[in-house]
Design a protein around this ligand. Structure first.
Ligand SMILES: Cc1cc2nc3c(=O)[nH]c(=O)nc-3n(C[C@H](O)[C@H](O)[C@H](O)COP(=O)(O)O)c2cc1C
Length: 191
């Protein structure tokens, strides 16, 4: 079986973030599958500076080593899951910055979301991110994981899932990998 290359991106960078245990839950579930080759990117560790390339990313004329490395990583991925909190009803600045660095590397690839927050479970941030992603030629999925009241589910650095959340994650992985990521391969090859 040809494996699909999935990149899981953790979009929160704060100390003691809830995102880390949630990202590991997503990562473990993805790694249990045999149809996927998973890469994990923690934006805190990636530590991209605020966008510092002089040329528009569409030109792919990168000056900095950190951009060249980031470009190579994203180029290799065929699908993404963003593990993302909601800050002030929006997405995080490090996520937007990481997206803005590149262009062609994102095009023609699907994205699933594992969002979290309070009562809205990060869904407002996801909705705001969708136009950004479509501008980059990406396809955001509707099937998603949304964790409400995250403070009640993350304790001492551990995430407590539920059967419903596990099922939602499984459904999203099924949609993202065998369906969207595979179906979009010819589209990317043609562009
Ligand atoms: C700057 C900031 C803004 C926040 N704004 C929201 C918000 O608009 N909606 C929400 O549901 N939770 C909000 N929260 C609460 C977060 O959902 C909660 O702190 C969560 O743990 C943040 O993810 P992180 O720990 O991975 O950074 C906010 C938290 C921070 C730090």
């Amino acid at each position: 079986m040809q494996q699909l290359k999935l990149m899981i991106i953790l979009a929160s960078t704060r100390p003691e973030r809830a995102g880390e245990p949630i990202a590991h839950w997503v990562l473990d579930s993805a790694r249990d599958r045999d149809d996927v080759d998973v890469t994990f990117v923690d934006l805190k560790e990636l530590a991209l500076p605020l966008l510092d390339e002089p040329a528009h990313p569409r030109l792919r004329r990168y000056e900095h080593e950190h951009t060249k490395q980031w470009s190579k990583l994203v180029d290799a991925a065929e699908a993404f899951i963003f593990v993302m909190p909601e800050y002030n009803h929006g997405y995080t600045a490090p996520l937007k910055n990481a997206l803005d660095y590149l262009h062609h590397e994102w095009v023609g690839k699907p994205v699933g979301f594992a969002s979290y927050g309070g009562v809205a479970a990060g869904t407002r941030a996801v909705q705001l991110l969708k136009p950004v992603l479509t501008c980059l030629g990406m396809t955001p999925l509707t099937t998603a994981v949304a964790v409400p009241m995250v403070g009640e589910r993350v304790r001492d650095g551990r995430f407590e899932s539920s059967p419903e959340l596990d099922e939602a994650l499984g459904m999203m992985l099924d949609e993202l990998l065998p369906k969207y990521a595979a179906a979009m391969r010819p589209l990317r090859a043609a562009s």
